[in-house]
Design a protein around this ligand. Sequence first.
Ligand SMILES: Nc1ncnc2c1ncn2[C@@H]1O[C@H](COP(=O)(O)OP(=O)(O)O)[C@@H](O)[C@H]1O
Ligand code: SF4
Ligand SMILES: [Mg+2]
Length: 357
Amino acid sequence: MAESILEVTGLVKHYPLTQGILFKKQVGAVKAVDGVDFTLNKGETLGIVGESGCGKSTVAKMLVNLERPTEGSIKFKGEDISRMSGRALKAARRNIQMVFQDPYTSLNPRMTVGDIIGEPYEIHPEVAPKGDRRKRVQDLLDVVGLNPEYINRYPHQFSGGQRQRIGIARGLALRPEVIVADEPVSALDVSVQAQVINLLDRLQDEFDLSYIFIAHDLSIVRHISDRVGVMYLGRIVEIGKDEEIYDHPTHPYTQALLSAVPVPDPDARDHRERIILAGDVPSPTNIPSGCRFRTRCWKAQERCSLEVPLLAVPAEFRLASGPAAHDSACHFAEEKTVVPQEETPEATPDDLDQGAE
Ligand SMILES: Nc1ncnc2c1ncn2[C@@H]1O[C@H](COP(=O)(O)OP(=O)(O)O)[C@@H](O)[C@H]1O
Ligand code: SF4
Ligand SMILES: [Mg+2]
């Protein structure tokens, strides 16, 4: 049995919508995250994928305690960090660090690289005594593939890929056990994305890390993930091992997302079915009844508006042990071959690795 390091149960984040200036009255809520469950096992990478606005960053912020959940629990090695305070919270926070999406805006332009990477030591001086810090930061620069002599430079003197390496070095400074990477390559040129993903891959082995890797594109997470969860409007609608999600998806939303993944082979491209979803994503202030995907689902029936589909192995696959038997929140889950070839293409480092930074 795999050992779990993070266990997320019934996670909810609702932002109140208020009216009035003096006497604020709550008139509704933005249901950014609306009931998310997953487990992260030690040493693995869980990819979380979904369109912009589906709640990925809000989940990430709750995991690193930048936001407090409205409901639910986040257990790190069995202890609920969302209910902690004081010293226990500080210690738990140290163990779960975040790498942010946009290396152009997440690094303070007035601080040197050395100060940026070493800043976490101000809050956790026990990790590195003052006299040790410069050496530590230089080691971290080396670890992420940057010249340790750059320690006194400023963020604008680096390229996008190099800045994300700085963000990663900072994330590693406290020697965390879990890294939550929120779209760490989305703001980078395609040619640089693979280099940063390869770096994260290497660091995972070197530092025994467990990753939550967030992306809006299924092709990017496949290379690095062991399991993938697909989010829609604040919930996970399908989750499973890599090949279960990419080659045997049973939820219509996953199938639609996969049909949009770029296919390098022109022959396969001509033969694949592109699923175009009707309409727009509904507002998280007004989530459809029953299945939240039903307003865009080509398979929706009456039951879909009445009954919320649970995230579980669908009844029709429960007795089989094949790859379709994984959690999918759909009343009418069925397999559908979206990309007609042996394996769904993934963006390999060779495809992407065409340029230097
Ligand atoms: N502080 C906030 N107050 C109100 N709404 C928010 C806040 N933060 C995020 N949201 C809303 O919550 C939803 C999910 O946002 P987010 O988690 O950033 O999505 P993603 O990262 O998947 O793009 C969006 O509709 C967003 O506008
Ligand atoms: S439950 Fe119904 S609306 Fe929802 S994904 Fe399944 S078929 Fe579509
Ligand atoms: Mg986001």
